[in-house]
Each structure stands twice: as C-alpha cells, then as structure tokens.
Design a protein around this ligand. Structure first.
Ligand code: ADP
Length: 290
C-alpha cells in the first residue's frame, strides 16, 4: 500500500509558505524526509497524521483519503512526534496495558500477550517494571514505538527521532525501525543525513516547503560520483573560493579550511577527486547550482 501525496500546499496565517505543491509517492519500507530546520517537515508530518489541515492537495493511503477520512486513517496510523509526554510514575508494562484497554482490547490474556510481545520487540522487556520517568532518551523513543505499534499500524510517522540519542541507542532504534519497515510505510523525518543513509530505501530532500530531490539514496550518490573535489586552502582565500566554486562543505583540519566543491569537470588548481556520499547529495541540493 502506497502513501500518495499530491500537490499539497500550506501557508500559515502569518504568510509562511510551509508546503508548496508537495508531491510524493511513498511505498512500503523506510522513507527518509530530509531537510534543514524550518524546511516544512513537521508541517508535512502533522498534516499526514491528521493533526492539521492543508490548504490544497490530497493525501491517499491506499483507498483512504487522509484529509477527509480522518477517523479511518487514525485507526491505521502510528505517530511518534518530536516530543511526547509520558506518565513518569507508571511502568512501561502498566501504561501499554492501559493503552491497550483504551484501544478496546478487553481480553486480559490477549492483552498480556500483545504487551509482552511489544516489550520484547522494542527491547524493553527487562525494564518493563521500571517507571517511565527513569527511562533514557533511547528507551523513551522505543517505548513510543511500542505504543505506536499497539494498533498494528499500516503507516508510521517518526519526527526527528534520533536527536539526543547516543550512538548505541541510535543503532538500536534504527534496527527496530528497519524491522517495522518490512511491511509498513514508515516515514522518518530528520535533518541528520546519516539517519537516512543507514536506513532508508527511498527519500526526499525538502527545503522551504519544496521537494528538491526524490529518489533512492544509493542512486542519488552514484549520480554525483566524480563530481566532488576537495582542497585544503588558506583562511584568507576562503571568500574567493566561495565565489569561484560551488562550495558545498567546509571543515577545518589542523587550523586550515578544507573545502569540498561540486564540479562536473576536474577543476584542476590542486583539487583532488573524492568519493561522493549522501552528505554531498544533501548539500549540493541545498547549496549547489551545478
Ligand atoms: P521543520 O519541521 O522542517 O523544522 P516546520 O514544518 O516546523 O519545519 O516549519 C516550516 C516553516 O513554517 C518554518 O518557517 C516555521 O517557522 C513555520 N511554521 C511552523 N509552524 C507554524 C505556525 N503554527 N505558524 C506559523 N508558522 C509556522
């Protein structure tokens, strides 16, 4: 089942054009929505999650019209917002059981089996009796996924999930999402390029409410292969290089600027070709004029 977004637009009352004719066809699997802060990611996620309305356009999940059949979509949606509140003084097992009751699962035995399965799946079983207030950032995120999975969703939306997670927690979270992505549409919104590189089979880069690129991360990288060059320069030269070349990254190494430029042909002048990666795809779409 695909999520098909067609010509979606939203202008806030203060005039900010948060979404401008966004069209995306998102298949089952992990989809990365990549963009800098303010790009429109949360607006798009909240609109898909039926939490706010668009001005124009449509969103279909299979046969369900997301913008019109809000109750239908909510039955098959799992949404993990950037920030979500947890009751700090209850345990994961208790809260999941409670949420399952609210979802109408009245059979105690079935509920227990479901809650235990979700706790195992999210690697929280050993911590199931601990109060949620004592959970680490990663554990909270995994609990968020556990509760999102309660209703056996067909569409899962996770907004900036890895901010604040340490590398081990991030990996655990990635693995969990990949597993879920095998039979669900999972949309991951992030400004962290590595999140998309590690996880997503499809992606879109958005900025200022517009889609700059849609496609497969590996193919997008392949298209840039041979077009990225690097050079160490002197600090006072930086402004000149920025004028003459399409500089898509600058870093300091041992006190000197190392610039990476986008160029169809070898620029010579001491530049060396380097392999392309997803950061280059991202920054060449944001800053490139090639
Ligand atoms: P992202 O999630 O990519 O950081 P957002 O969707 O939060 O982007 O924001 C997109 C743009 O819309 C930004 O310029 C932001 O300041 C603006 N924006 C977001 N929410 C509102 C709102 N409720 N009212 C007015 N402007 C908003």
């Amino acid at each position: 089942m695909n999520l098909v977004i067609d010509n979606l637009s939203k202008t806030y009352t203060n005039g900010t054009k948060a979404l401008q004719n966004i069209s995306l066809d998102i298949p089952t699997g992990m989809f990365g929505l990549l963009g800098p802060n303010g790009a429109g990611k949360s607006t798009l996620m909240r609109t898909i999650a039926t939490l706010q309305d668009a001005d124009n356009g449509s969103i279909m999940l299979g046969n369900i019209d997301v913008l019109k059949e809000k109750n239908e979509i909510r039955k098959v949606l799992g949404y993990l917002p950037q920030e979500f509140g947890l009751y700090p003084k209850v345990s994961a097992a208790f809260l999941l059981d409670h949420l399952a009751i609210l979802k109408g699962l009245s059979n105690k035995k079935q509920r227990k089996a479901l809650v235990e399965a979700l706790l195992h799946k999210t690697n929280l079983y050993d911590h199931r009796k601990k109060n949620l207030g004592g959970y680490s950032g990663g554990m909270k995120q995994r609990f968020g996924i556990a509760q999102a999975l309660l209703s056996n969703p067909k569409l899962i939306i996770v907004d900036e999930p890895t901010a604040g997670l340490d590398p081990a927690e991030r990996n655990r979270f990635y693995n969990l999402l990949s597993e879920i992505g095998e039979n669900t549409v999972v949309i991951l919104s992030t400004h962290i390029v590595d999140d998309v590189k590690e996880l997503c089979t499809n992606m879109a880069i958005i900025n200022q409410g517009q889609v700059l690129l849609k496609g497969n991360p590996i193919q997008s990288i392949a298209q840039l292969e041979g077009n990225i060059y690097r050079k160490t320069i002197e600090k006072p030269e930086l402004a000149i290089y920025k004028k003459e070349y399409t500089v898509i990254a600058e870093k300091f190494m041992l006190g000197k600027p190392v610039i990476q430029v986008l160029s169809k042909n070898n620029p010579g002048n001491g530049f060396k070709a380097i392999p392309a990666d997803l950061e280059h795809v991202y920054f060449s779409n944001l800053f490139g004029k090639n």
